[in-house]
Design a protein around this ligand. Sequence first.
Ligand SMILES: *Cc1c(COP(=O)(O)O)cnc(C)c1O
Length: 223
Amino acid sequence: MTGIEKLREIHDELRVKNVTLVAVSKTKTAAEIRVLYDEGQRIFGENKVQELLSKKDLLPGDIQWHLIGHLQSNKIKQITPFISMIQSIDSEKLLIDINSHAKKNNRVIDCLLQIHIAQEETKFGFSYGEAENLFVKGVTGPLKNVSVKGFMGMATNTTDSSQVRKEFTLLYDFYKKIKKQFSQTQFDTLSTGMSSDYKIAIECGSTMVRIGTLLFGERKAAQ
Ligand SMILES: *Cc1c(COP(=O)(O)O)cnc(C)c1O
C-alpha cells in the first residue's frame, strides 16, 4: 500500500472516531511531505527544531506544525512565531519560557505536557506526580500566552499489547482526573498512539495520534 492509500485509510478510520492525525515527518523530505499535503493532510509533526525550520519554508504556509521532540530553551524563539502546538513540554521552566516568547509574539501557543508512561528509561517527560503538582501549585494559571490542552505520552515499545493498553488507560484516567479536579476546561487533547499502537490508543481514549512509519515508510536506522 502506498503512503497515499494508507493516509486515506487512516483518515477514514479516524474521522468516525473524531481523532486528529499528526503525520510525523521527521527525517522525510519536503517533497515527501508535499505528497500527503496534496492529499489533504495539514498537521505535521517534527522532533527537531532545525529540521523543522529547514522544511517549513519549502512548504505551504497553512501547514500546522507540531513539535513532538525535546525542546531546548535556547531554540524556543525560532519556533514561537508559527508553531501550532508544542507536545513535548517536559519542565515547568520550559513552559514559562515559551509563555514569555509567545507573549512577545502576541500569540497563545497550544501545549501538551509530556508524561513519561513507558517502562523504558528516558530523560524526558513528567511523572504523574510532577505533572499533578503543576496544577496543585497553579503554575499554568498566570501563563496567559500558553494554553495547556492536555497530555502526550509514548507507551513502552513492546509487543505485549496488554502492557501498552495499561499505560494508555492510566494516562487517560489521569487526563480525566486533572480536567475535572482542576477545572481545565480547555483540556481536549490526549496525544497517544504511534504507528504500532494507535488502534489501542484510540480504544483507550486518545484524541490525537502521531503516525510516521505507516505513512512515510521506515526511517533509516541512524536517524
Ligand atoms: C517518531 C515519533 C512518532 C512516530 O513514530 P512511528 O512509529 O514512525 O509512527 C510519534 N511520536 C513521537 C514523539 C515520535 O518521536
